[in-house]
Write a protein that binds this ligand. Structure first.
Ligand code: SF4
Length: 703
């Protein structure tokens, strides 16, 4: 058997994989697969990182959920599906459609997402469909929508190969998107590209950069406003591009000038400002170095990630970045643009089909016309009335009893959502919790009334979209074990029991994909960039052999912007007020480890990956450690208004004074200590609904 070309299960880089299966193809026995990078895949050209390389260590069946469970009892699929459909039907009849909610995941394939979104928004009639992608890139989506009129990433990976300057904002790229980092290193070698890291922490990526800009937590808006004001002062704004392609908020330039003019406050370290007012807390010397680099290198890419997005002002940060690119004409040109890089393998596919509470389907909204068109396309009896509840609000509604039926697919919110103790309380109160997962024992699964066994990576068949809008096939390597089913099929089976089987009568993932591709015609006629209509009639063999392709092409906005005027928009954004608290004087940041993924339900299975950082560490600046009485290797207890967790201390000069950092991965099912998402509050960005994981008020006491 030759290599099967598929894609990695982890991050939004979306690397192609060549998988050689040597055991396990004929049943549930031992499985063995050797993984190499797919040289023909444009996202990685054969490169892989440690997580992708060791995927073969995670395909065993140990710990898998292999049959439906009602409570602790094994059940047949018929019993479980009848129960799920019956409870959902009763809930709708008694409490209305908005008492039903579905919480999804960027691990789902596009076909799965499409099926759930259709069931919920067209047939149940609820807008309460949201996803863990809300925690990852919702602010970038909102910023793109405000600036461009549609959620369109305007760059491609090839632009990284052609850039002269790359600004990495809130991204520990070397750890979190390692293949993009490898690509940048090559570009640097080849053409001397300069790399700047804008991050409060001196991360492994910052260590290797040409310049580290240690911005204050949430100082990015002030920094990018100041940068643009300085570019204007130096005569580097592109007046021609602005006149032809961009509209401005009233008072836009005045707003920038006032940001730059505010007074500076000198902080604990010489030359470093703690105020967000000027330069985002960056010293004048570093700010000037940044401006000089930007002025000298018009081919600039700004790659931004969770450090920018996971903030109560994440949307404004995204717009501060897009403002800079629009005003300097560094967009829609080779090697230039604001490039949001997603965390998950299929965050983008979920966005396309509408798997977010604030969009209906296929980049369409909730206007009367759009709802009517979608209802007609689906032949839907109960098109939802409007936007639903975003992730954090959804779990608040579960907690206070407005939502009484919750179906969670392929995600572990009892660990991953902020204020996770509140989330656990919410789950324990909910009359019906259904969990579709591949793992039998997860922190969330412990609250489920019904658990449904889903197919995992290496068993599923469908498509994913990576950060550069490239759709690739994920292909099955092994037959599904025992009773595991595809998520889209589970949804269709429930729909059939609700009396809607005719609209969900798909025989394969290819059937679902074709329907989704056909539906993008609705977006196309409204002038959107999203358009897959060329794939609406491919046959099964063509779907099976589908090569990776980008919707919108390499530079999708170069023919104009999908707004009413055809122009993009400069959006005035102001820095937030600096947050201070006498009781909780430290700023808490959370992040990822190089070799772990999400809540470790998959990477925790790999002995190799567990060697990198086997336990959760609390990183503290040496001066803070001394002042707090914390010893390197000792234990520290982090406390916030929401909760507390204990960690081993790592004294690290890479932290700014007054700021600490912990990893996000550990939950009770994995370790019990270091459960970091107990700590952040439920505060979210008012536009995107994305939680502010990166900047919580905290204190630390030695244990
Ligand atoms: Fe997988 Fe991301 Fe690593 Fe590529 S960079 S191999 S997609 S985890």
């Amino acid at each position: 058997m030759g290599a099967i070309r598929t894609t990695c299960a982890y991050c939004g880089v979306g690397c192609g994989i060549a998988a050689e299966v040597s055991a396990g193809v004929s049943g549930n026995g031992d499985r063995a697969v050797s993984i190499t990078g797919d040289r023909a895949h444009p996202a990685n050209h054969g490169r892989l990182c440690s997580k992708g390389t060791h995927l073969g260590e995670t395909v065993g069946l140990e710990g898998r959920l292999l049959s439906p469970m009602i409570g602790d009892c094994q059940a047949s699929w018929n019993e479980a599906l009848d129960l799920v459909a019956g409870r959902m039907r009763d809930c709708i009849a008694e409490h209305g459609p908005d008492s039903v909610a579905l919480y999804l995941s960027g691990q789902l394939l596009t076909e799965d997402y499409y099926a759930v979104n259709k069931l919920a928004k067209g047939f149940v009639g609820t807008g309460n469909v949201d996803t863990n992608s809300r925690l990852c890139m919702a602010s970038a989506v909102a910023a793109y929508n405000r600036a461009f009129g549609e959620d369109v990433v305007p760059c491609s990976y090839e632009d990284l190969d052609a850039a002269d300057l790359v600004l990495l904002v809130g991204s520990n790229t070397a750890w979190c998107h390692p293949v993009v980092w490898q690509r940048l290193e090559k570009t640097r070698e080849r053409r001397g590209t300069k790399i700047v890291v804008i991050d409060p922490r001196r991360t492994e990526t910052a260590e290797q950069a040409d310049l580290h800009v240690p911005v204050a937590p949430d100082g990015d808006i002030a920094l990018f406003n100041a940068l643009l004001a300085e570019m204007k002062r130096r005569g580097l704004v592109d007046g021609e591009y602005l006149a032809a392609h961009v509209e401005e908020d009233e008072g836009f330039w005045q707003n920038l000038r006032s940001c730059r003019a505010k007074s500076r406050h000198v902080g604990a370290e010489p030359g470093v400002s703690t105020s967000l007012d000027t330069n985002g807390g960056v010293s004048e010397e570093t700010f000037t170095q940044l401006c000089d680099l930007v002025a000298a290198h018009p081919r600039t890419i700004t790659l931004f990630s969770q450090g920018a997005n996971q903030s109560v002002c994440g949307t404004d940060k995204g717009n501060a970045i897009t403002n800079f690119h629009l005003a300097t004409g560094r967009i829609n040109r080779i090697g230039a643009g604001p490039f949001s890089i997603t965390g998950q393998p299929n965050a983008m596919g979920g966005r396309e089909v509408g798997g977010l509470a604030n969009m209906l389907a296929c980049h369409l909204g909730f206007s009367e016309g759009e709802r009517a068109e979608v209802a007609a396309f689906w032949d839907a009896p109960n098109i939802c009335a409007g936007a639903g509840l975003k992730a954090v609000d959804m779990f608040r509604a579960v907690h206070d009893g407005r939502i009484k039926f919750l179906w969670i697919m392929a995600t572990n919110p009892a660990v991953s959502l902020p204020d996770s103790q509140f989330v656990r309380e919410a789950l324990s109160r909910c009359p019906t919790v259904v969990v579709s997962d591949i793992i039998a024992d997860t922190d969330t699964g412990r609250f489920a009334h019904v658990r449904l066994p889903a197919q995992g990576w290496g068993e599923k068949d469908g498509t994913v979209t990576n950060s550069e809008r490239r759709i690739s096939r994920q292909r099955a390597l092994f037959p599904p074990p025992d009773e595991a089913r595809a998520d889209w099929k589970i949804v269709a089976d429930v729909a059939a029991r609700m009396g809607w089987g005719g609209s969900f009568a798909w025989n394969s993932a290819a059937d679902v994909f074709r329907e989704y591709a056909r539906m993008t015609a609705l977006a196309k006629v409204r002038g959107k960039v999203l358009d897959l209509t060329a794939y609406a009639t491919i046959d099964d063999a063509e779907y099976a052999a589908l090569e990776p392709f980008q919707w919108g092409g390499e530079r999708p906005l170069s023919q104009g912007y999908p707004t009413a005027s055809g122009k993009a928009r400069l959006v005035s954004v102001l820095p937030p007020a600096p947050a201070t608290s006498a009781e909780f004087p430290l700023r808490l940041n959370t992040g990822r480890y190089r070799d772990q993924w999400h809540t470790m339900t998959r990477t925790g299975l790999s002995p190799t990956l567990s060697q990198h950082r086997p336990e959760p560490l609390l990183e503290v600046h040496p001066a803070d450690a001394e002042a707090l009485g914390l010893a390197d290797g000792g234990l520290g207890r982090v406390e916030t208004e929401s909760g507390a967790a204990v960690y081993r201390v790592l004294v690290s000069p890479g932290q700014r004074r007054g700021e600490i950092c912990v990893p996000m991965h550990w939950g009770d099912a994995m370790a019990g200590a270091g459960r970091s998402n107990r700590l952040p509050s439920q505060a979210v960005d008012p536009v995107s609904g994305q939680p502010g994981y990166k900047n919580s008020a905290a204190r630390v006491v030695p244990v």
